[in-house]
Design a protein around this ligand. Structure first.
Ligand SMILES: Cc1cc2nc3c(=O)[nH]c(=O)nc-3n(C[C@H](O)[C@H](O)[C@H](O)COP(=O)(O)O)c2cc1C
Length: 314
């Protein structure tokens, strides 16, 4: 998720969930080909399994970037066909690519020929006035024919005009049944369901019907959700040790500062929701917001604030 699932966020999420499949933010092909690719691509080995998500539409460029993904040891490379933002539309990629299934298929085919890692697609159920099932069916069938085996489907249409990206994650109704029809028609494909999934029971229920479930906002805003899911899916998971996680994050933050000059706030901002729904959530949020911004803030601050919460709860 853009601006959210950077490598610091993923490092943190991995501590909470050893088994989740993590995704990068969408990275455009231009950023990788003409920019500082190492800045966009490097990640910590603990983040495996991890997918690089690409934004682009040119088979040649997408192939170059898929090769970069493989060289950097990503576990899969995903094509974004779901983002409706104006900026992305002006580059003719993201959700508007759902109108161009053959262009996407050309990317899938070329990328698939060049790399051994899976090439996957994340899309919506449709865009604008598309007919729900037939439109998605055509998109999936053309791309499955081109070699895509894994589809992550956000069960909402995207409206390309008139709604902001945020509204496009809230206003178009969720239609899980359309994704279910796709799964029924293509049992051999790996279909992951995405959109509006907020509790562990829902994940467990959807996993009876789908091959995977992708959780976006709930995982970010309430990171302990990831641990709850881990416990549900892997019952041997031990209880969470917040102190151990904060110690690791504190060491990580100090190391990142030393190596790259990364300020604590760039890391702690992803941890704001850690105590969400528990006593101490407000204190944590406020103290992180106020104290982690200082230039000289060190990782130890995370543990200090946690000590304050423990003292308050005593
Ligand atoms: C801040 C933010 C950034 C996002 N960036 C991306 C992105 O880069 N690529 C993508 O495929 N989806 C992106 N999404 C959409 C999510 O992946 C997901 O499809 C959507 O939020 C619905 O799932 P949820 O209800 O579990 O959050 C983003 C969502 C948010 C909130």
């Amino acid at each position: 998720m853009m601006d959210w699932t950077d490598r610091h966020c993923r490092y943190f999420h991995r501590l909470l969930s050893p088994n989740a499949y993590l995704y990068t933010e969408m990275v455009t092909t231009n950023a990788l080909i003409y920019g500082d690719k190492d800045r966009f691509l490097r990640f910590d080995a603990s983040e495996h399994p991890i997918a690089l998500q690409l934004g682009g539409n040119d088979p040649k460029d997408m192939t170059i970037c898929a090769e970069m993904a493989q060289d950097y040891n990503y576990d899969s490379v995903d094509i974004n066909c779901g983002c409706p933002s104006d900026r992305v539309q002006s580059g003719a990629f993201g959700a508007c690519l759902m109108n161009e299934p053959k262009t996407v298929a050309a990317c899938v085919k070329e990328m698939g020929k060049a790399v051994d890692i899976p090439v996957t697609l994340k899309c919506r159920i449709g865009i604008d006035d598309s007919e729900d099932f037939d439109f998605l069916d055509r998109f999936v069938s053309i791309n499955a024919e081109a070699g895509c085996r894994i589809f992550i489907i956000h069960a909402r249409k995207a409206w390309l005009k008139g709604l902001s990206p945020k509204e496009n994650r809230e206003i178009p109704p969720l239609k899980y049944d359309i994704v279910q029809q796709i799964k029924d028609k293509y049992p051999e494909l790996h279909i992951s369901l995405n959109g509006g999934i907020k509790d562990v029971q829902a994940v467990s229920d959807h996993l009876k019907d789908f091959d995977g479930v992708m959780v976006g906002r709930e995982a970010y805003q309430n990171p302990l959700f990831l641990h709850a899911l881990e416990k549900l899916l892997y019952p041997d998971t031990s209880d969470i040790d917040i102190e151990a996680i904060l110690t690791k994050m504190a060491n990580y933050a100090d190391e990142q500062k030393k190596q790259y000059g990364t300020p604590l706030k760039s890391i702690s901002r992803h941890m704001i929701g850690l105590f969400s729904g528990t006593r101490g959530a407000k204190h944590w949020r406020r103290q992180i917001a106020e104290r982690a911004h200082a230039d000289d803030a060190k990782g130890q601050l995370l543990l200090d604030i946690y000590d304050e919460i423990k003292a308050k709860n005593r």
